[in-house]
Design a protein around this ligand. Structure first.
Ligand code: M6R
Length: 614
């Protein structure tokens, strides 16, 4: 939800900012802008639409203008306040035109501040909440921009990551965050800020994840850190291990298809470090993350998350109950936070979030923490707010996920969920050693099995080329398959804009079947072996209403050969682990439908990768 960058060094800032924004486009792409401190002073260029519009604008510049400055900030926008337009694009400036601000987040008291600032002479030009920050800075500016920031922060409520430059103070950038991500990169003779690490990797791998309300002041040769009272403190940097290539398309047409193909590796990476050999047998090792016997006393597991991560949570519910026999609930974080939930200090509260910055998910976690629950976070973002605030963190080693539609983050979240559920089962003696060994072996087979599914992707592509124009696509399944159906329907609607829904197959005849006709494709997820006959009946029911039908089942199952129009096969695995494999054909189907419809699967309309506002 908006991406911000900043650069101070010896290179021309504008191209560095544009490059950084390209890496952050997944966060918002309805307009973009940069501000550079050049010879004539503060220069701003903004453009509605994709980043290339801004690039074209800058390419038209005469030499010595915007290209001639080595300090600047940039922004790619996902509109919240005011339509996408040049005027609403960031950076925003104060009345003097000397202070420029880029912002990611929402200033909740902006209306009040706007009224107050207008009374004090500010002249508002945009409809954004952000503009109040520029005018507030002007109000408090008495010759020291850092001091003005400290004063202005006292007036702001809401969430923000800010990059600020000032014409009268041309050799520094001020950066600060609260509840929106911001990373500071430390280079040699140059320093940077960005909403996310990939935007920094070309320049440095040494980064500082800013804490809430922490201020960083970037000079060319050093970075100083302050609290919001202005007291300076020292910080240790973190080193990024993954290389810049991980955030490139690497020959694939889109990030999404690249990330779908990266799943075998991501699954291997996520699993590898968590398996150890004890007396010739393999066990799960979660001690390094602090998951010890004390967690076995749990009386309930609550999983909260949003979107795709919530679907991982629904699978988690079935997995926890199967392996641990502990009552488990999966909750949509945005609902949970307002539901007056009941907490118990013996609850395990499992929070799942790829970005670790989703506003609703963080709010649910904070409530649970207050209620006394112990928090486990599963996230892909090292140093994210979620990672910092949880009692225990299990990272998914998926590498950067750039496409808005989550794929490898989802399957690696599932890998983590299974590892925790199995280990909890072992600690509670609810699974036998033999069962555990069998499941570890099955988990270890998943990466290679995922590779096999990917090697047959042309079957899905062919099917998509026949079906991509269907106006309604329904997914149905039972238990684990119902959760995979939800994720499949979300994937398809996100990137192909097809009306797609998931149904618990048994619910079909309680209403949804009224929608089924010859314009409908129904894909049945059939991996729960004890329920094959039930699924078979459900497929026959929709076929009788002239729907096209597809089935996803194991490669050794012939059951559906004469029922469905098309059968896709995945390698055999225990029914409880099937979601990691069964989702892959559905991800591919969504991807191909998007491409066949002439859309950009990496940047679906109206969506942003990281939803840091409510
Ligand atoms: O970063 P998070 O995992 O917390 O994000 C949650 C959802 O916003 C996210 O999964 C969203 O549904 C994706 N676009 C799914 O592809």
């Amino acid at each position: 939800m908006c991406g911000i960058v900043g650069y101070i060094g010896n290179e021309e800032a504008a191209p560095v900012l544009i490059k950084g924004l390209k890496r952050l486009e997944y966060r918002g792409y309805d307009s973009a802008g940069i501000a550079v401190l050049g010879k004539p002073g503060l220069l701003i260029r903004k453009s509605k639409g994709a980043l290339q519009n801004l690039e074209a604008k800058i390419a038209g510049e005469l030499a010595g203008d915007i290209l001639d400055g080595s300090v600047g900030i940039g922004h790619t926008r996902w509109a919240t306040h005011g339509e996408p337009s040049d005027i609403n694009s960031h950076p925003h400036t104060d009345v003097s035109g000397k202070i420029a601000v880029v912002h990611n987040g929402i200033i909740e008291n902006h209306a009040k501040l706007k009224a107050w600032l207008t009374e004090h002479g500010a002249n508002f030009r945009s409809e954004t909440d952000t503009e109040v920050i520029a005018h507030l800075l002007n109000f408090y500016y008495k010759g020291d921009i850092l001091q003005a920031v400290i004063e202005a922060l006292k007036r702001l409520t809401g969430s923000y990551a800010l990059g600020i430059i000032c014409e009268n103070d041309p050799d520094r950038i001020i950066a600060v965050r609260k509840e929106s991500p911001l990373v500071v990169g430390a280079g040699a003779g140059e320093n940077l800020i960005a909403s996310d690490v990939p935007a920094l990797l070309e320049y440095t791998r040494d980064v500082y994840y800013l804490e809430d309300r922490e201020i960083a002041v970037l000079y060319r040769d050093r970075i100083a850190f302050y609290n919001d009272e202005g007291d300076e403190h020292q910080r240790e940097s973190s080193h990024i291990d993954w290389d810049a290539g991980a955030a490139e398309k690497g020959g694939y047409e889109h990030f999404m298809i690249k990330e779908i193909h990266e799943q075998p590796k991501a699954l291997r990476d996520t699993l590898r470090a968590r398996i150890k050999i004890d007396n010739n047998s393999k066990t799960i090792n979660l001690e390094e993350i602090g998951f010890d016997a004390s967690w076995a006393k749990a009386e309930r597991v609550v999983i909260a998350a949003c979107g795709t991560a919530y679907h991982a949570g629904v699978i988690g519910k079935y997995a926890f109950e199967k392996f641990t026999r502990v009552h488990t609930e999966a909750a949509i974080a945005s609902e949970y936070r307002y539901s007056n939930p009941i907490f118990n200090p013996k609850d395990i509260f499992l929070i799942i979030s790829q970005s670790g910055e989703t506003a609703d998910t963080l709010a649910a976690m904070r409530m649970a923490k207050k209620g006394g629950a112990r928090i486990i976070a599963i996230t892909n973002a090292v140093g994210s707010t979620l990672a910092r605030e949880a009692d225990l963190v299990m990272y998914t080693w998926a590498g950067p996920e750039i496409a808005v539609a989550s794929t490898k983050a989802f399957t690696t979240q599932l890998m983590c969920v299974y590892l925790i559920a199995l280990q909890l089962g072992r600690l509670r003696n609810t699974i036998s050693d033999a069962e555990l060994a069998a499941h570890i072996a099955a988990l270890e087979s998943l990466p290679e099995q995922a590779e096999r599914i990917l090697s047959e992707k042309e079957n899905i592509q062919r099917f998509a080329s026949l079906q991509f124009n269907k106006s309604k696509v329904f997914y149905m399944g039972r238990l684990f398959d119902y959760a995979v159906s939800m994720e499949s329907a979300l994937k398809l609607k996100e990137i192909s804009y097809t009306h797609s829904e998931a149904f618990a197959a048994g619910e079909l005849k309680h209403g949804p079947i009224a929608l089924v006709d010859d314009t409908t494709l129904v894909t049945a997820l059939c991996t729960q072996s004890a329920l094959f006959d039930k699924m078979d009946s459900n497929i026959k029911e929709v076929k009788a209403r002239f729907a096209a039908t597809a089935v996803i089942t194991y490669d050794d199952v012939d059951y559906f050969n004469n029922t469905a129009d098309q059968v896709f096969r995945i390698p055999r695995t225990p029914d409880s682990l099937s979601p990691i494999l069964a989702i892959i054909p559905c991800q591919l189907y969504a991807y191909y439908c998007s491409v066949l419809r002439g859309l950009d699967p990496d940047k679906p309309r109206n969506l942003a990768k990281s939803v840091t506002v409510e």
